[in-house]
Design a protein around this ligand. Structure first.
Ligand code: PMP
Length: 431
């Protein structure tokens, strides 16, 4: 029998979880969720919440979405797992369907992994193998995952640990609110930074550059117009590949396109995806140009659960739901309405320095002073806790933990928007 009391679970966690897993608990008090349906969660006392965190962006089309659950259940009951040593149609279908979502032109191939960071690792290895160059570039406030290689490309200091491999040079993120070139500086000065970094901190010939099309943990940092395409040009001129990390921004979350990079017309060499692809079932993928993946034919990689049919059945259902239920279009309309309400809150509450994002990838950033833009971590924490009491689950992010990030299941409704904006308004007013 499962014991649902918070105290019992807390005691078991404190006793049996390693320190490395125990401490990442954002709320002051622990929470136990018992059930989820679409954009909502219920705790052990049956209190209802809007999940603006999307269980960390994993829930793309809705908690326990009936079509996704049915597809996974049917597969699990028939054959739960089958490694890629044997052929199975479900992952093969999903590979074809994912390739079809990529820009026209190149031939695309897919390597399924168990997680986003494994996909990042593989993308890094693929780029180094294809180009023969060791050095990679990444952005300073990037997050690419917890495995050693993905960490080595993760710029946010809190996520970096001893013993990471090297050969990654960091470039200033083109943050249009508090970047090194000030507010609304556009893409150009940051593109020059890429060139300067290649010239000063690499051998001059690089394997590639990883870019989240919209940075998630960085605090919802959008790439300004021309940045992704300009970065691809500069990286290719130095012999490298453009690697798009779509783990958070993919699957229609940005509202305007299926993939975040499409907003700038860039065609990447490698695309990394995870989280929303499985709507909670563990799955990641590298989608690469065929010629880029080809040199790994001899030095191949085997991910035990990669391409497992249960997660891939869920993945196929996710793609189907995104198409049938016009999920991207909903993210665009509802996200647009939420952004407008957030802008209204900025007019009213001086502690809000910036409101940004697109689709259902939004953030508000708190500052102690709008002129100096000094990050206000304490107020962010207070609003975050207050929102919990209003039935809103948010997430703190950004290098200073001064942003509230909103990445809900993409079935969020217009009625939810009112509840979210009113709840936030009350939380700011109660400060
Ligand atoms: N890239 C990005 C942008 C992410 O947000 C994450 C996870 N937060 C990862 C990679 C790593 O994915 P995973 O946790 O599935 O390994």
């Amino acid at each position: 029998m499962t014991d649902w009391s918070i105290d019992a679970t807390a005691k078991r966690r404190d006793t049996y979880y390693a320190a490395s897993q125990r401490k990442f608990v954002p709320f002051a008090e622990p929470m136990v969720f018992k059930r989820g349906s679409m954009q909502y969660l219920w705790d052990a006392e049956d209190r209802k919440y809007i999940d603006l965190l999307g269980m960390n962006v994993c829930i793309s089309v809705g908690h326990s979405h009936p079509k996704v659950v049915a597809a996974a259940m049917e597969q699990a009951q028939t054959l739960t797992h089958c490694t890629t040593m044997f052929y199975h149609p479900t992952p093969a279908h999903l590979a074809e369907e994912l390739a079809a979502t990529m820009p026209a032109g190149p031939e695309w191939v897919v390597h399924f992994t168990n997680s986003g960071s494994e996909a990042v690792d593989l993308a890094m290895t693929m780029a180094r193998t294809y180009t023969g160059n060791p050095d990679l570039l990444a952005l300073r406030t990037a997050y690419h995952g917890p495995t050693a290689a993905a960490q080595s490309a993760t710029g946010i200091s809190g996520w970096r640990h001893p013993g990471m491999p090297g050969n990654v040079a960091f470039v200033a993120e083109p943050n249009q609110y508090r970047g090194i070139f000030g507010g609304n500086a556009g893409a150009e000065p940051y593109l020059d930074e890429i060139e300067r970094t290649i010239a000063s901190a690499t051998t001059g010939q690089i394997a590639g550059m990883l870019i989240e099309s919209v940075q998630g943990y960085g605090g919802i940092i959008e790439m300004p117009k021309g940045y992704m395409s300009g970065a691809a040009e500069r990286v290719r001129a130095a012999g490298g590949l453009y690697i798009a990390d779509e783990v958070q921004s993919g699957f229609g979350r940005t509202g305007d396109h299926m993939w975040g990079f499409e907003a700038d017309g860039v065609i990447p060499d490698i695309v990394v995806m995870a989280k929303g692809i499985g709507n909670g079932f563990p799955l990641g993928a590298v989608v690469a140009r065929k010629e880029v993946a080809a040199p790994m034919a001899e030095k191949f990689m085997f991910h035990t659960y990669g391409a497992n049919p249960t997660s891939c059945a869920a993945g196929r259902a996710v793609l189907q739901v995104i198409r049938d239920d016009k999920v991207r279009e909903n993210a665009q309309a509802v996200g647009g309405a939420l952004l407008e309400r957030l802008k209204g809150l900025k007019e009213k509450h001086g502690v809000i320095g910036d409101v940004r994002g697109r689709g259902l990838m939004l953030a508000i950033e708190m500052v102690k002073d709008r002129k100096t833009k000094e990050p206000d971590r304490e107020t962010t924490s207070a609003v975050f806790e207050q929102c919990r009491t209003q039935g809103l689950i948010l997430s703190k992010s950004g290098p200073y933990q001064s942003c509230l990030r909103m990445v809900p299941p993409m079935c969020l409704s217009m009625e939810d928007v009112d509840q979210v904006a009113d709840g936030l308004d009350r939380a700011f007013s109660d400060l």
